[in-house]
Design a binder for this molecule. Sequence first.
Ligand SMILES: CC(=O)N[C@H]1[C@@H](OP(=O)(O)O)O[C@H](CO)[C@@H](O)[C@@H]1O
Ligand SMILES: [Mg+2]
Length: 532
Amino acid sequence: MAEFQEVSKQSGLHPKPAGLVLQYGTAGFRTNAKDLDHVMFRMGLLATLRSKKTKATIGVMVTASHNPEEDNGVKLVDPMGEMVTPTWEGYATQLANADQEANVFVGKDTRYMTISDHPYNNILSQAVLDGVSALGGKSKDYGLVTTPQLHYMVCCQNTQGKYGEATVEGYYKKLCQAFIQLTKNASNCTDDQKHLTVDGANGIGALKVREMESHLKKELHISLFNDGSKGKLNHQCGADFVKVQQKAPTGIEMNPGERCCSYDGDADRIIYYYSDSKGQFHLLDGDKIATLISTFLKELLTQAGLDLQIAVVQTAYANGSSTRYLEDTMKVIVRCTKTGVKHLHHAAQEFDIGVYFEANGHGTVLFSKAAQEKIQQLAENTGTDDERKRAALLLQNTVNVINQTVGDAISDMLLIEAILAIKSMTVQQWDAIYSDLPNRQLKVKVSDRRVIDTTDAERRAVSPDGLQEAIDGLVKKYRQARSFVRPSGTEDVVRVYAEAETQESADDLAHEVSLAVYRLAGGVGGEPKPLH
Ligand SMILES: CC(=O)N[C@H]1[C@@H](OP(=O)(O)O)O[C@H](CO)[C@@H](O)[C@@H]1O
Ligand SMILES: [Mg+2]
C-alpha cells in the first residue's frame, strides 16, 4: 500500500509535458534531456514491475551514447543482460506516453460472502482499486458481476459501445432480446420445452440469472437451486462437481427426463444433465455443447447459402466419440490445443466461425469480422429470398446472444435453450447425437511434476524415458482405448485421462497408467489403488 501512495504522490512531481509522444527505439528512449524527467520516473516504475515479473534484477542505464551532449536517454536491461524483450518495449512506449489515462474495470464474485459478515471480498477488490488509483489510473467498480460479464463490459468500453452498452442492464438487454428473437422461430413451444432447472453453485451466477429473469419475458422458465441462500459456494454442486463426479449436485430437484444445468462459481462454465426414467444419470458436457452448437450453425450456413468455414476447437480431454462425430459425420474442421482457454480461444480466432469448448463446459463461439459482416449483409439485403433471409436473421441473433469475449454460462445457456427450442429437441435427443466413450480422470502425486514433458497438444509424453512406451503398451490391451498424462497447470498433481469401450476398461486403464506414472515419474505417497 505504502509504495502505491508514494507512486501516486511522486508521479505528480514528474509531470509529462503536454502533447509529447516518445517511442522506445532500438536502444531505449532518447531525446533532449529536459523532456525526459517523466520518462525516467516511469521507466523506474516499469523496471520495478518487470523485476517482480521476472523475479530477477533489472538494469536501467541512463545514457544517450553517441548523441550530442544536451540529449540523454534510458535503456532497460533484461535479466540475462539482454535488451528488454520486444513486447516490453511496447509497454515502455505506452507507459512513457500515457496521459495518466489508465482505466480499469473491477468486479468480484460472491466468494466469502457466505461466511457471516466476513468482508474479505470487499478488502480484496478495494486493494485492486487502490492500486489503480495509486498509479493515477481511473477505475470503475462493477461490484458483484460474473467473470464473463466483466469481460463483456471491458469489450463494450474498448469498442466504444459497438459490442454493446457497458452496463449489466445493457448485457441483459442484448442477450435476452437476441434470445427472444431466436425463440420466435420455435413453433408451438410447450411449457415443458421452456422449463430449465439451474444449479447456481451458490455463486454469482445464481444472483445474476435471477436479476436477468424479467428480461426473458417468460420465454424461459427457470427453477433455480443452490442460489446461495443457504449452501456453500461450489460445495457438492456446480459444473466442476457434476463433471468430475459424473453425478447430480445436491440441493436440486430432478424429475426424470428434465433438462438441468450447473454453472461454476464465477459463471464462466456450464454443464447440462438429466436423469432417465430408470434414474440413470446422463451428462452433457462441453463436447456435447460444442456439437449441438456447431450442428445448428452448419445447418443455418447451408440454408443461408453462406460459404463460411466452421471449426471446432477441443483439448485432449474431449471425448473420442465427439471428435470422431465432428470429423467423420459432421465433416467440420477439428483442432486440438493444449489445455487452457487462452489456447482454445487463440486457435478459434483463425476461422470464420470457431466453436471452442473444454470438456468441462468452458467455451464460446467466435465469429470473424468478415463473417459477421456477411451475415449482416444477407440479413439486411431486401433481395434475399425468404429461406435464406430467415437463416441469416437466425445467424444474426445467434451472434448477439453469444458472449464472444469468453466462455459464459448464462450466454451459453440462452444459446443452447434457443437451439433446443428451434429444433424442438429434447435433452435425450440431443444426448443421442453420439454416445460418449466411458472415461476416467485420476490424479497422481509425484515429487516434481515438471519431469513430465508433453508434445502433440499434450497427447504424448516425451519425458520421463519409457513413460509413453508404457502408456502405448497399456492402451493396446483395450478396445477403443486412448490415454494420456500431463502435469496440471493449476494443482500439484499429474492428471491421468483414459477412455475405452466400457467403464470397467476405462477405469482399469486409468489405474494402470497411474501406476506407470507413479513408478516412472517419481510418485509419492502410497501406490495408486485399483478402482474396483
Ligand atoms: C482437465 C481440466 O479440466 N483441466 C482444467 C484445469 O487445468 P489443469 O491444468 O488441468 O489443472 O483448470 C483450468 C483453469 O480453470 C481449465 O482451463 C482446465 O480445463
Ligand atoms: Mg470459472
